[in-house]
Design a protein around this ligand. Structure first.
Ligand code: IPD
Length: 287
């Protein structure tokens, strides 16, 4: 291919490490948060400063590639078929503001709207998650994902799974209604029309939720309300770990990277057939 994915991967890692230092070095004043769409949709000076570094570095080295970033996004911008860097400078800004250590930078390279390279760096754990399409995904460049836990139970049904969900920042309107209905369907007892999953987990970062599914620490991840920068890197990392991501709307096998609802399933012994069964079960439950 005319794209040097290995070089792009290496460059994104170097940038992600720099960004990690900026997050950990942020002074309390730089944590002063402003809000975007509502009082739960936070942005800090550090988000903006990191995105400027990412944008500047990538534009200098790859001047002809497009860039889609959370902090430079203006309504109407879309992910296109062009080679594009997709950036969430701090995924988990609410955690960052509160000192809850689950925040990271999420960087991807996409072509024809598909992520081919993904890099997620979680600085407070010094954990790096990376993938190049077709070449597997790794933790700290050495451990291939998924992790194999001796206690990792085989993936079976929705009701026997641990499912990550996120609160996100939409707390009213259709997206909020969809969210609480889905939480209820997943967690509620059968007598309430629910599937009664083992439990729901909410980690505060879409990117790190994808990594948790890629590692096999949670079985599933459902979210409504994400943007391309929240999911692009995590998507390729998960797929390269044997997982699958689909549109959370029933029937959507062919997902758009800037669609807004996702359902992710970890890799499992039964492969695609078993993943399909659990996806169908989910779609039937949320219909
Ligand atoms: C948000 C986080 C959150 C998820 C939202 C995202 P941000 O990203 O990943 O967990 O629920 O959908 O927008 O604003 O912290 O970059």
């Amino acid at each position: 291919s005319e794209y040097d994915l290995q070089q792009i991967h290496d460059d994104l890692i170097a940038i992600a490490k720099e960004a990690g230092k900026m997050m950990l070095a942020a002074k309390p004043s730089a944590l002063t948060s402003g809000s975007k769409n509502n009082s739960a949709d936070l942005v800090t000076e550090t988000d903006q400063a990191i995105e400027q570094v990412v944008l500047g570095t990538l534009k200098a080295k790859y001047p002809t590639y497009s860039f889609l970033g959370e902090e430079t996004y203006v309504p109407g911008m879309r992910l296109t078929d062009a080679p594009t860097f997709v950036c969430d400078p701090i995924d988990g800004t609410v955690n960052f503001v509160h000192g809850f250590p689950n925040f990271c930078i999420s960087l991807a390279f996409t072509l024809k709207r598909k992520p081919l390279v993904g890099v997620i760096y979680h600085p407070s754990h010094n954990s790096l998650y990376t993938a190049i399409t077709g070449r597997g995904s790794y933790h700290n460049l050495t451990t291939r994902l998924p992790f194999t836990h001796p206690y990792l139970a085989p993936l079976s049904t929705l009701s026997r799974s641990l499912c990550a969900v996120e609160w996100g920042s939409d707390r009213s309107g259709t997206n909020w209604e969809c969210k609480y209905n889905t939480f209820r369907t997943l967690a509620g007892a059968p007598s309430e029309g629910g599937k009664m999953v083992h439990s729901l987990r909410s980690m505060g970062s879409a990117a790190l939720s994808f990594c948790a599914v890629a590692k096999g620490e949670v079985d599933l991840y459902w979210e409504g309300g994400c943007w391309a920068w929240d999911v692009a890197a995590g998507w390729v990392i998960l797929e390269e770990a044997g997982g699958v991501v689909v549109d959370a709307n029933p029937g959507g096998w062919d997902i758009a990277v800037d669609g807004r609802r996702y359902f992710a399933v970890r890799g499992c012994e039964g492969g695609r057939e078993q993943q399909k069964a659990i996806i169908e079960e989910f779609w039937t439950a949320v219909k």
